[in-house]
Design a protein around this ligand. Structure first.
Ligand SMILES: [Zn+2]
Length: 436
């Protein structure tokens, strides 16, 4: 279907203009200036109306590229025994592929990498491919299931995906491999996994919880040196780790022979907005619990500066939905997809003077580039029509009771934030349209 977004404020990592975006057949077919829009309108007035569905914009309505999340937990597959949250009505309350995908669309996300710490763990191409096909059939977002580094995520042997001899001919090649909350304890196996990942062109994301965040980052870089790995550090949370990243990035550029191929990192919306005081209030061992934990104000501010300077490359949600009973029992994580944009717009743009272009680089263009998702992450003729319409000034009050995600746990409940996701299109199809 042909859709015309007329006179919107088009902002992405590379563009800042008022103009019109025309999409057709799931692709962006034209991006034209306000002046050209006017010229054509005058022509069309003489020879009949423009064809297609037209959305009229204004200066306050921002059109940007769909967000790209390098790190979310969709909780599928899950064994049936884990499905029920012993809700009194007997409803299944756990996150599903459907609820998480809808949460992503509502949050403005069109491409999402979901982690492999599922039950059973996604350690082979067939399982990842099956999940991807289900997501494709839903038609809400583009899902890229991560595959684990080790078999069953046990850290004892390479995952079936990495031990396949015929690399490159797999039914599915994940853009990212990860052991999620743990790294591989055995140095030799970790190095072998990185070497095999490099051969397959996949990024390796390290959560770096092994032996403390700072030590784990240095260890991952040391072990990855010379393997050809493209290493990505998940959810950096401390000033010390940001400082280590800064040093490591300088040391590894430009591609010194005994280091990793590329080194990138992410920060989460909750780590740039919240501190341990917020965790204390909610319960450090229950509803305020997250891995890595919320830190001090100095750390929070250091993360913001690291994002500004490019030491940290992207924002990733680490969307980690849990049922209330599981949170009460100490399961770590927050539901993040539906608040990420408003949190980042408020904290980075409104309170810390980031330009909107920088924000959209962190949310879309840079993660798309790191993952190697060609044709996604920015607005350009020929790219996939992954489009978000935002009201960046609109105030919202967070109410997780209204989340599409079944994970209702967020410390932002009741917060007043700036920024609303009005419309999301993935591959040219409308997948979210705000009710009001
Ligand atoms: Zn995670």
């Amino acid at each position: 279907m042909r859709i015309i977004f007329r006179n919107f404020h088009i902002i992405d990592a590379f563009t800042d203009m008022t103009g019109t975006v025309i999409i057709d057949g799931g692709r962006i077919v034209e991006v034209i200036s306000k002046e050209e829009t006017q010229r054509r309108a005058a022509l069309e007035a003489g020879c009949g109306a423009s064809r297609g569905l037209v959305f009229d914009g204004n200066e306050q309505l921002v059109l940007t590229s769909g967000f790209v999340d390098m790190h979310a937990h969709f909780r599928e597959p899950a064994e049936s025994s884990k499905l029920d949250d012993s809700n009194s009505l007997g409803f299944v309350k756990k996150e599903t592929l459907e609820s998480a995908s809808l949460a992503a669309a509502r949050g403005g996300y069109t491409s999402v990498v979901c982690m492999a710490n599922t039950n059973p763990a996604i350690d082979n191409a067939a399982a990842a491919s099956a999940l991807k096909h289900r997501a494709d059939a839903l038609g809400l977002i583009r899902l890229y299931p991560a595959v684990s580094l080790s078999e069953r995520m046990r850290g004892e042997s390479l995952s079936p995906y990495l031990s396949e001899k015929s690399e490159g001919t797999s039914v599915y090649n994940p853009p990212l491999l990860s052991e999620d909350g743990k790294d591989i304890a055995d140095d030799g196996l970790f190095a072998a996994a990185m070497r095999e990942a490099a051969k397959r062109g996949a990024l390796v994301s390290c959560h770096c919880d092994f032996g403390g965040e700072d030590a784990a980052v240095e260890r991952a870089v040391r072990i990855g040196a010379g393997t050809g790995v493209r290493l990505h550090i998940a959810h950096i949370s401390t000033k010390r780790t940001a400082d280590i990243m800064s040093r490591q990035k300088k040391a590894s550029a430009p591609l010194a022979p005994r280091t990793v191929q590329t080194l990138t990192a992410e920060a989460t919306p909750h780590h740039i907005a919240l501190t341990e005081r917020d965790a204390d209030k909610a319960g450090v061992e229950t509803f305020g619990k997250v891995a890595p934990p919320l830190r001090g104000e100095t750390d929070r501010l250091a993360l913001i500066e690291a994002l500004r300077d490019g030491v940290i490359d992207v924002i990733a949600t680490d969307h980690a939905p849990h049922a209330p009973a599981d949170k009460q029992g100490g399961a770590p994580g927050f539901s993040g997809l539906e608040t990420a944009f408003a949190v980042c717009n408020t904290i980075l743009v409104k309170k810390n003077d980031f330009s909107p272009q920088k924000l959209f680089s962190l949310l879309s263009a840079t993660p798309a580039r790191i993952l190697g998702l060609s044709g996604r992450g920015f607005i350009a003729k020929g790219n996939y029509a992954d489009i978000v319409i935002l009201d960046t000034e609109k105030e919202i009050i967070v109410d997780s009771g209204k989340f599409a995600s079944r994970g209702k746990n967020t410390l932002f409940n009741g917060w007043k934030l700036s920024g609303s996701v009005l419309l999301t299109l993935c591959d040219g199809k409308i997948v979210h349209h705000a009710a009001d």
